[in-house]
Write a protein that binds this ligand. Structure first.
Ligand code: CU
Length: 159
């Protein structure tokens, strides 16, 4: 199983194709940075470099190495007003348009891996407090329903 998405989903916003095309580019970076802290093992965490303040997007792969299922409830970074877990989906019958749903909780089964990448699951950084230039580090803390946290450091890159 690659991932399981929580049932608790609500609609946040609709974005036009031009924005989404940017987000759909697959990563070609080969860096394989692994961080282990708490019950989640995180690797290859990155944010899209942006020279404007506004929403940013973070991607990472996490594995639940705990002895039981965990539930992700949220995330926070000092560099943004809010960090939300979103999933991008194509809107049926409306070419070029996609839709982002905010996930209020994300269950991750024991041993399961959750891959966040452009065009799918991502962490939206809302109200970025500074531009993200190549090589910048963005710290983020992921919060679980049992109160535990996992710290992540994401590197800014182009895609
Ligand atoms: Cu989003």
């Amino acid at each position: 199983m690659i991932r399981s998405i929580g049932a608790s989903v609500r609609s946040v916003h609709v974005v036009l194709g031009s924005v989404v095309a940017l987000a759909a580019c697959a990563s070609s970076d080969t860096s394989y940075h692994i961080e282990t802290d708490g019950p989640l093992r995180v690797k290859d965490a990155w944010v899209r470099a942006t020279n404007v303040t506004g929403p940013g997007a973070m991607y990472l792969t996490l594995e639940n190495t705990d002895t039981a299922a965990v539930t992700i409830l949220g995330a926070a970074t000092p560099l943004a007003g809010a960090a939300e877990f979103h999933e991008t989906t194509e809107m049926q019958g409306m070419e070029g348009m996609s839709h982002m749903n905010k996930l209020d909780s994300i269950p991750v089964a024991r041993g399961a891996t959750l891959a966040m990448k452009p065009g799918g699951l991502h962490i939206m950084l809302i109200d970025l407090k500074k531009s993200l230039t190549l090589g910048d580090t963005v710290p983020l803390v992921i919060r679980l329903s049992d109160g535990r946290t996992t710290s992540v450091k994401a590197i800014a890159r182009e895609q």
